[in-house]
Ligand binder design. Structure first.
Ligand code: HEC
Ligand code: HEC
Ligand code: HEC
Ligand code: HEC
Ligand code: HEC
Ligand code: HEC
Ligand code: HEC
Ligand code: HEC
Ligand code: HEC
Ligand code: HEC
Length: 293
């Protein structure tokens, strides 16, 4: 037997294998059989659902029990086509249906304590189960940060400042720093596994531990000196001049907790006003107790 005979056979097998899973690649055909009992009247919804992550939740991906896991028993509704006889999981009651399965993953952070669930901002504000494109990450209503920005115009505005983290489809989103479902951190700010601020997950060089630490508890946390969303000041600082920032603490006056700069510092001289030209290791140093390198 020559290879020219074998080759078509191999291809034939491949075609057969594909045909076995064609329901996924070929929704119109699938709609005829899948979700039977619902698809007869809801063909478009059912066809689109074949590629929804929720369609993987049963042994048979076309089982109408999947529809019923959210909509409840649809027997009476299917018999009559009466919209009042079927449940739609919306609002806080609907969130309960979602949570019956999602308790484990996002559960700990949403179960009644997150700022959003407390304020009545429920799953459907951000997610669309019947997404037009079910391959959208996390079935989000809008990509990236748009949904967040529409409800939080102040935060959105801050990202428009000259020195800000750049938000974008493939870059940072609000959810890079915030857990939309709540979470342990204050203001729903995410934390690393070790419980540190999310910032050091990306800015790893600021994490330490340093032999001579300055940030991370000594001089407050990142937000003591930086505005996380954006700032009119370079390096996103909270103050327009670095010396003003440092002298919030380093005055020697009782009530402030930093040491006083030594007298060699002439604070009126522009040379000394730019503290970080000399104290370059402002986040912490492994060699200079005075943070000079
Ligand atoms: C005999 C036809 C028929 C079958 C079968 C059927 N439905 Fe419906 N369904 C309807 C009609 C008609 C409506 C009302 C449509 C409208 O108001 O636009 C509806 C509405 C709905 C709604 C929206 C209810 C609302 O309050 O807005 C849901 C959810 C729904 N169906 C789910 C299902 C599920 C799940 C199944 C399978 C268990 C199913 N349907 C089977 C005819 C059917
Ligand atoms: C993971 C939960 C979930 C599953 C599974 C689910 N749905 Fe829905 N469905 C919803 C939610 C939530 C809404 C309300 C949508 C909204 O308000 O945007 C909805 C709305 C609907 C509607 C009315 C609105 C519309 O889009 O026409 C129909 C009809 C419907 N679903 C049918 C189905 C069918 C048929 C299945 C199975 C193929 C199914 N659903 C599976 C959660 C689900
Ligand atoms: C019957 C159990 C069940 C119910 C009820 C349920 N889900 Fe899911 N959900 C799942 C499973 C399983 C997955 C797939 C997880 C995976 O693929 O890793 C999933 C995935 C998701 C995803 C992630 C999709 C992705 O791209 O990763 C979102 C968002 C989601 N569900 C939201 C909801 C919402 C909102 C509701 C209520 C309207 C809901 N779910 C109800 C079981 C459920
Ligand atoms: C304020 C908007 C918002 C609300 C409200 C919300 N989510 Fe999400 N959800 C998101 C975002 C954004 C993501 C993507 C997470 C990310 O990128 O870190 C997500 C991700 C998910 C995922 C995928 C797993 C994961 O953690 O990445 C599931 C499942 C999910 N949400 C379910 C739910 C359920 C169930 C509810 C209601 C109880 C809900 N969400 C409420 C915005 C929201
Ligand atoms: C680089 C990380 C980061 C990103 C990205 C981010 N935030 Fe924040 N956000 C924070 C931190 C940190 C705080 C807490 C500020 C504080 O404690 O001073 C905060 C606070 C908030 C607050 C509470 C404000 C208040 O005064 O109570 C809201 C609302 C908020 N962010 C919304 C958003 C929205 C919407 C987006 C996207 C447009 C976003 N954030 C993106 C880090 C971030
Ligand atoms: C439908 C409107 C709505 C959407 C969409 C929305 N939020 Fe909110 N958010 C609220 C409300 C209401 C509160 C509670 C009142 C407040 O703090 O402003 C809140 C609170 C917050 C807080 C303060 C949390 C705290 O613990 O104090 C943060 C941070 C936040 N949202 C971030 C986000 C992010 C990130 C997204 C997108 C994934 C988002 N929000 C989407 C309405 C919304
Ligand atoms: C998801 C990763 C990520 C997280 C989380 C993150 N950052 Fe950033 N940060 C970046 C990237 C990337 C840049 C540079 C590009 C830009 O400006 O957006 C940057 C830039 C900065 C800059 C300006 C650097 C310069 O040279 O001007 C400061 C300051 C900063 N981040 C502080 C923070 C703080 C404070 C937090 C926590 C509230 C934080 N970042 C969280 C990725 C991150
Ligand atoms: C005591 C004030 C202070 C604290 C607290 C602080 N920073 Fe800074 N940071 C500065 C100053 C001042 C600059 C500008 C340095 C310069 O111009 O050389 C800066 C610059 C930066 C830069 C850009 C330049 C670089 O070195 O990469 C990033 C990123 C940054 N900080 C992240 C962080 C993070 C993350 C935290 C929290 C772990 C933090 N900062 C805490 C004062 C501080
Ligand atoms: C939130 C208060 C705070 C801010 C703002 C702050 N520091 Fe500090 N700094 C401290 C504390 C607390 C120490 C540790 C011990 C002490 O000085 O009492 C310290 C230590 C130092 C040291 C080491 C010398 C010593 O006395 O231990 C230098 C140098 C220093 N800071 C410079 C700066 C510079 C430069 C800035 C501005 C970019 C700055 N600091 C901003 C609180 C602050
Ligand atoms: C031209 C370089 C330079 C500049 C600019 C500078 N410093 Fe220093 N700083 C030094 C040197 C060098 C020392 C160590 C002096 C010594 O050992 O006597 C020092 C020491 C310090 C100390 C330690 C005091 C102690 O002994 O505990 C503090 C705090 C300090 N500087 C804060 C600042 C602040 C705040 C600014 C900006 C207003 C600043 N420095 C600007 C060079 C500089």
């Amino acid at each position: 037997m020559s290879t020219s005979f074998r080759l078509p056979n191999v291809l034939g097998l491949a075609v057969l294998l594909c045909a076995g899973t064609a329901w996924a690649a070929d929704p119109p055909d699938a709609a005829a059989t899948a979700f039977s009992g619902c698809s007869e009247c809801h063909d478009t919804v059912a066809a689109a659902f074949a590629s929804n992550p929720h369609a993987r939740t049963a042994a048979n991906p076309g089982d109408r029990a999947i529809c019923e896991s959210c909509h409840g028993d649809g027997t009476a509704h299917a018999a009559e086509g009466d919209a009042t006889l079927i449940k739609v999981p919306k609002g806080s009651a609907g969130a309960g249906t979602c949570m019956s399965c999602h308790q484990g993953g996002i559960g700990a952070s949403v179960s009644g304590r997150g700022a959003h669930s407390t304020a009545g901002v429920t799953c459907g504000e951000c997610h669309v189960v019947h997404a037009t494109d079910p391959t959208e990450p996390a079935l989000l209503r809008t990509r990236g940060s748009e949904a967040c920005m529409s409800c939080h115009p102040d935060a959105a505005h801050q990202f428009g400042r000259p020195y800000a983290h750049k938000l974008g489809d493939n870059a940072m989103t609000c959810a890079s720093c915030h857990d939309p479902h709540g979470g342990r951190g204050e203001k729903s700010v995410k934390q690393t596994r070790a419980g540190e601020l999310v910032c050091v997950g990306c800015h790893t060089d600021k994490r330490g531990p340093f032999v001579y630490p300055h940030v991370n508890d000594v001089a407050g946390d990142c937000m003591t000196c930086h505005q996380p969303h954006g700032s009119v000041n370079e390096k996103r600082l909270t103050r327009s001049r670095v010396d003003q920032l440092c002298l919030e603490c380093h005055t020697g006056t009782p009530g402030t907790f930093g040491s006083q700069p030594p007298s060699l510092h002439d604070m009126r001289s522009p040379r000394y006003q730019n503290c970080t030209t000399c104290h370059t290791a402002v986040h912490g140093s492994n060699s200079s107790p005075l943070l000079l390198k």
